[in-house]
Design a protein around this ligand. Structure first.
Ligand code: NDP
Length: 290
């Protein structure tokens, strides 16, 4: 193996510690505690696990977690009323509605109902637009975490060839916007791309967000490239990424493992976004590096 393994757990712990320090100072200065409201509709087991770990991370950072667990048959009207109530609640700095929502609820409508300035998931179209136009807003947690990992490897990203594999609204598209804002030359590969391998092969930076186990083999990677693997795929061999780790690590310069790479950064960035929201709402300066 030649690649440096990017330690997402360590970087996430450092980020969470910085946020916790900021939260303590915020509480002392403002006399109130930043709060994150998490809404879960139904009992999807994976979503339940995510909601629990988000609540734990919120409390560990010294913030308040408000958990709203609603029955699977909750109507869209009731959910929208809860969102409106959270929008108006001064103790709530961040609102997260756990996806996926049950099929009878219009997900886009619910996301659009969240106050963009409390939208710590960064899924609201206003925040997507702010990201695309270079305005301050909230960036989705997973791509934000990927960017932080990239910055840990490269002091300068400008001019690098970045290839993002996947174009979902929650990972691929915002990721492409982030590396574009860093002045990378950006290619977005998707299911209709002709010869995905040829594009990836040119990349100094590869971000894989496809959802197919081992989709990107080591023979796709340019020697010395930085590989960020967002994929989380459950297989008989356990959790694996979208990149074939063993063959890619033999050729890449730096690579994230799965698990222990991007995953831990996602929750750390949610905590970060919530803290940043509280600071913005109170007019408090955010620590450098956050
Ligand atoms: P989506 O399914 O929404 O998007 C997958 C993307 O991959 C689509 O844009 C699709 O293209 C593209 N794609 C599918 N097949 C191919 C192919 N053969 N060649 C090229 N591109 C292809 O997934 P997400 O973006 O939500 O998630 C991606 C992965 O990241 C999943 O494994 C998910 O579990 C994981 N994930 C991990 C997170 C973390 O915290 N680590 C957080 C979020 C997601 P098209 O648009 O043309 O269909």
């Amino acid at each position: 193996m030649t690649a440096t393994i990017i330690d997402g757990r360590a970087q996430a712990a450092a980020l969470r510690a910085t946020v916790a320090g900021g939260v303590a100072a915020f509480v002392a200065a403002r006399g109130r505690t930043p709060g994150l409201a998490v809404v879960l509709v139904g009992e999807d087991p994976a979503s339940s696990v995510y909601v629990r770990s988000k609540g734990r991370a919120t409390r560990e950072a010294g913030m308040v977690g408000f958990e709203h667990r609603l029955a699977a048959d909750t109507t869209e009207t009731v959910l929208l009323a809860l969102v409106a109530q959270l929008n108006a609640d001064p103790a709530v700095d961040g609102i997260l509605v756990q996806l996926p929502l049950p099929a009878h609820i219009d997900t886009a409508r619910v996301i659009e109902a969240i106050d963009p300035d409390k939208d710590v998931d960064g899924f609201h179209p206003v925040n997507a637009g702010r990201l695309a136009t270079g305005l301050p807003g909230f960036v989705p947690c997973t791509p934000l975490g990927c960017l932080m990992l990239l910055r840990g490897v490269h002091s300068h990203l400008a001019g690098l060839e970045a290839v993002v594999v996947g174009r979902s609204n929650i990972v691929g598209k915002p990721m492409a916007q982030l590396v574009l804002a860093e002045s990378c030359t950006v290619t977005v590969v998707h299911s209709r791309t002709r010869d995905a391998r040829a594009h990836v092969r040119r990349a100094d930076i590869v971000v894989a967000a496809v959802g197919i186990a081992g989709f990107i083999g080591g023979d796709w990677i340019k020697p010395g490239a930085t590989v960020i693997d967002v994929g989380i795929n459950r297989t008989d061999e356990g959790l694996v990424g979208d990149v074939d780790f063993a063959s890619a690590a033999a050729i890449a310069g730096a690579i994230t493992p799965v698990p222990g790479g991007v995953g831990p950064m996602t929750i750390a960035c949610l905590i970060r976004n919530t803290y940043v929201s509280a600071c913005r709402r109170e007019g408090v300066a955010v620590e450098k590096g956050l």
